[in-house]
Design a protein around this ligand. Sequence first.
Ligand code: NAD
Ligand code: MLT
Length: 494
Amino acid sequence: MSVNLSSVLISDEIDQKCVDVLQENGIKVLKNTKLSKEELLKEIPNHDGLIVRSATKVTADVIAAGKRLKIIGRAGTGVDNIDCNEATKRGIIVMNTPGGNTLSAAELTCTLICCVARNIHNGDQAMKAKKWSERKALMGCELHGKTLGIVGLGRIGKEVALRMQSFGMKTIGFDPIIPAEVSAKFGVQSMPLEDLWPLVDFITVHTPLIRQTRNLINDEVFVRCKKGVRVINVARGGIIDEEALLRALESGQCGGAGLDVFTSEPPKDFTLAQHPKVVATPHLGASTSEAQKRVAIEIALQFVDLVKGKQLFGAINANAMTDALSEESRAWVTLGQRLGQLAGHVGGQATGNIKVTALGSSLKQSGSYLGAAVLAGYLTTKQQPGGDGVTLNLINAPAMAKEQNLQVEFLQADHCPGTYSAMVTIGLSDGFQASGTTCNGGAVLLAVQGKSFPAPACLSGNVVVFSAAESTKLMADISGAVAEESLTSLTLKS
Ligand code: NAD
Ligand code: MLT
């Protein structure tokens, strides 16, 4: 399953390498980083792909205006400037370049830890103002022997830990999905947050900004920490409650902060950034030539791989497509869609589960895409003519099915009985059943309602399915009508 991208719009400042790689692979590119919202809405319908950093706000109306849009790429990690739910509903892939800027963000974090510990910002300001005598007020602290609490032990959290250990810091942390034995391997002792707060001299956060992490560091947390605790945020503004931080800085409960990110960017209010105990940078975590080159090349290559049907990497809303790209899987995706359509037309209204059974060892990995393909086929038959015109695919079908309380119950077994090495059967709650397999890259139907075809019937184009008592005349009449309409007829043994 490849994606046809003839034209891509790049609307944020992204390294030229991105343009080069796309163009070298035959994709037309328009790079315009000066588009107003209105101009973006006018331009987006001309493109199949969009690449952004964090400046372009890819809101629901932008996505809706992108009638040809198939993919939105973020040259970076956070996708909080993209309405991912809307993209998923419209069957548009959203992908990022996880890891491309990890080292740069980790290095900035370590830099801020050092700056906060040694008042580098104040020292620099004093020197620029020729105030040598201020050095007396700029007593810092050593990092050696201090405890660093790392909240979020993913890519960046881990790299920060490894680097700060070389300063002699003890690293402890918390992450709901990284097991303690995994973090122990990179020297971080994992513990619940309530145990971590009283132990730390420095806290650094490396989580996404989600409901659970918004204002994670708040008044209550500051109270539970040692007086003078220092905090660093190179993740997302809002993980540290900015008002609580200001109060803690004023009271001395917080000894200093290093901030690269803010609740609103640029900040509406610069009080925090201007605070003498704060070292602030304007979202520079990924701003190194190395990281920008890396994310630019990575996002372009990810687009190219998808066009070539090679692999899907970095997609955050297209699980079903990850294993659906190989030549062999494509035929099974088509079969799933066709069986779903057949169920939608011939079966009744599915409620609850659609049972999808994949038999044969070659279908071991088919769970992710077969269910989505069946749902896409089935739901297409239930779309109202003149509805919102969204084309159902592997990305939006599962989400749409969920909205209708419809889900797939997927079963897989290695043994496939009979003459075929693999086959798929689907069943609706009303008893409708059909099974099929693939042949020469196409989908074929083997049986409907438990009745098998004498020879597998091709499942492409328009198909007529009927069931009748055996009658030579009826067969001749139907075959004649089918031939006139260029349809494929499937005869069931009665
Ligand atoms: P990642 O996905 O590798 O790691 C994030 C980790 O946070 C995950 O392991 C996740 O389990 C954990 N997490 C989620 N909820 C949590 C919670 N409630 N408590 C503790 N941990 C939780 O991401 P990453 O690449 O390490 O990026 C981390 C953050 O840094 C992201 O917000 C990203 O957008 C941001 N970032 C900022 C810059 C910058 O320029 N300042 C650059 C790169 C990344
Ligand atoms: C990210 O999430 O990757 C960062 O915010 C860096 C960027 O600005 O792209």
